[in-house]
Design a protein around this ligand. Structure first.
Ligand code: HXC
Ligand code: NAP
Length: 299
């Protein structure tokens, strides 16, 4: 019998499938580009010559973006911005345009998430995740599109999603619902704006751990020992693999791809069958429920 080997490792950091200078003279705005996958995606654009604008809330994340992207030799602008606020989003585009010119690539990478049983979420907790992940994505896309529609110039948007947009995400009801919205929005906007030269795609990372993961997301992942062997690829993803996919989607070589969501997860989300491992519900606090009351609710 053949040994299992999993999917091969990718080329080393710094390699690129696209020609050097593919993004020379192109302004790329990445939300949440100071941490994790956003930083990795921004770095691949920087390596290919882009001028980078990174927008997010926290000064320490913006400083990290400046350091990482500056080290790659390109021009970098960082802008404090909460993507839930349309005025702050407009101000970020103003600052970008003043510094480098109107961004023609937008990577909607910023998102919010924390694990929580659905019934425990407060209305504000729900709203916070949906506002950042879905509304923030929409507001940034709208700002870019309005400016390009007015100028009559083409642009490309990549919305970062998650595979529980298709499957549902037990323990992450807010984020999964918001990501389903992002996937759906990608499809609508691609059709609405295609005639005006604006390409809109989605990009879904699989399991791609990184050093900036929030503590509760990391803790959630750490519970799954042997992470690599839980994947059909027999390995986890590397942040640069998302960067390569994003730079391809927004490049001249991906111009006829629009309304598509590209999943970079080694086929992990298709791994479903009728005999999944046993379901282990989390321990619930005792809530006395009289049997009779339950019976009443049944038809
Ligand atoms: C339950 C929580 C909570 C938690 C916050 N809340 N954290 N509820 N469990 N762990 C509730 C708060 O009590 C509050 O509700 C509401 O959410 C808003 O909280 P704030 O702290 O005021 O919000 P804010 O400062 O805006 O911060 C947003 C945040 C924070 C989402 C809570 O974690 C953040 O800034 N995250 C950004 C980075 C991030 O989330 N990255 C993950 C992306 S990874 P009340 O009712 O008390 O007012 C990803 C991976 C997908 O998406 C796939 C992974 C499996
Ligand atoms: P991360 O490091 O936690 O990044 C989230 C980024 O979003 C941070 O840089 C944060 O910056 C920014 N952000 C959050 N709220 C914001 C707001 N209101 N306004 C502006 N920026 C905001 O997470 P990640 O793992 O790199 O995830 C990046 C993307 O990939 C997300 O869309 C996520 O859902 C998706 N994803 C990741 C994985 C994975 O395995 N890593 C899997 C599936 C999907 P500030 O705090 O400075 O605002």
């Amino acid at each position: 019998m053949t040994d299992t080997i999993g999917l091969p490792q990718p080329p080393a950091l710094g390699a690129s499938a696209l020609p050097a200078g593919t993004y020379d003279g192109t302004v790329v705005l990445v939300t949440g580009g100071g941490t994790g996958l956003g930083k990795a995606i921004a770095s691949e654009f920087a390596r290919l010559g882009a001028d980078l604008v990174v927008a997010s809330r926290k000064p320490e994340h913006l400083a990290a973006a400046e350091e990482a992207l500056g080290a790659l030799g390109g021009r970098v602008l960082t802008v404090g911005c909460d993507i839930r606020d349309a005025e702050q989003v407009a101000a970020a585009f103003d600052a970008a345009t003043e510094a480098f010119g109107l961004p023609s690539v937008l990577i909607n990478n910023a998102a919010a998430n924390f694990p929580s049983p659905a019934e425990d979420l407060s209305p504000n907790a729900w709203r916070t995740v949906v506002d950042i992940t879905l509304t923030g994505t929409y507001l940034c896309a709208r700002e870019l599109a309005r400016r390009h529609l007015a100028a009559g110039t083409p642009a490309s948007i990549v919305n970062v999603g998650a595979s529980y947009a298709w499957t549902g995400g037990p323990g992450f009801a807010h984020s999964a619902a918001a990501k389903a919205g992002v996937k759906n929005l990608t499809e609508t906007l691609a059709v609405e704006w295609g005639p005006y030269g604006i390409q809109v795609n989605g990009l879904v990372p699989g399991l791609v751990p990184h050093e900036d993961m929030t503590a509760d997301i990391r803790e959630n992942l750490d519970r799954n020992e042997g992470k690599a062997r839980s994947q059909p690829a027999y390995r986890i993803g590397h942040p640069r693999e998302l960067g390569w996919a994003a730079t391809f989607l927004a490049s001249p070589y991906g111009r006829f791809i629009s309304g598509h969501t590209l999943v970079v997860d080694g086929a992990n989300w298709q791994r479903r069958h009728l005999t999944n491992p046993e379901v282990t519900p989390r321990a619930r606090p005792a809530r006395p429920r009289p049997l009779r009351a339950l019976r009443h609710r049944r038809p």
